[in-house]
Design a protein around this ligand. Structure first.
Ligand code: SF4
Length: 221
């Protein structure tokens, strides 16, 4: 496992004083070049406590892009998106919906793991709106490079990043909506919401909700 970045350079701010990744994003449609450049990003403070950047992964010409919130503990350690417990559940839900994972590009609204210590564990901490905005240039670059037919937001953070801060996930999930990029968009719950369900019935209901929404996506592909 790579060691966390230890330098303490201040994050970069835009003309309005807001943190932004923009100066680190090269003008290219190459996902390989973008991914390599993301390792140098100091667009906000999150790189300081994460192990490494976790860029998106998947085919350059994917028809569908899935956007989560941020890498989790396992993703941070491995440097790959959606490889932890939520990733395993996501794989199963995709399979049940009839979407081959290898045909999809998966990424996150925020590319570094935000966490807080609890004993020896690192517990997920929700990124601030300012951190989602700071990281947005990377997501925009990925979407511009791929030009997907459908953008699927997993969870409220991704949905509000794509559809705006007024988006209400549980009221508007499963609806096909336009996006600024011209692609169709749809939001559903994040796979981790299924894992967080407190009893077997809630977990089953949440999983069925996720798969039902993914089947709508499968029908659009
Ligand atoms: S979270 Fe995004 S903007 Fe912040 S340092 Fe990481 S890649 Fe850059």
């Amino acid at each position: 496992m790579k060691k966390p970045v230890r330098d303490r350079k201040p994050p970069v701010n835009d003309a309005a004083g807001a943190a932004t990744a923009a100066p680190f994003v090269p003008p290219t449609a190459s996902l390989r070049v973008l991914s390599a450049a993301a390792h140098t990003c100091r667009g906000c403070d999150l790189y300081k406590t994460a192990t490494q950047v976790v860029f998106g992964a998947g085919p350059r010409h994917a028809r569908v892009v899935f956007i989560g919130e941020q890498p989790g503990d396992q993703e941070d350690r491995q440097g790959e998106p959606f490889v932890g417990p939520a990733g395993a559940l996501f794989d199963k839900a995709l399979a049940d919906a009839g979407i081959p994972r290898k045909t999809a590009y998966v990424t996150n609204a925020v590319k570094h793991f935000k966490w807080e210590p609890r004993g020896k564990r690192r517990i997920h901490k929700k990124p601030r709106v300012s951190e989602v905005k700071a990281c947005r240039p990377w997501l925009d670059a990925e979407l511009q490079a791929i030009q997907p037919r459908i953008i699927v937001c997993l969870g409220a953070t991704a949905a509000q990043a794509v559809f705006g801060s007024q988006f209400k996930l549980m009221q508007q999930r499963g609806k096909v909506l336009p996006t600024a990029l011209g692609a169709q968009g749809l939001a559903t719950i994040h796979p981790s919401a299924v894992l967080r369900a407190t009893d077997a019935e809630s977990r089953r209901n949440a999983y069925e909700m996720l798969v039902a929404d993914l089947k709508i996506v499968a029908g659009l592909l």
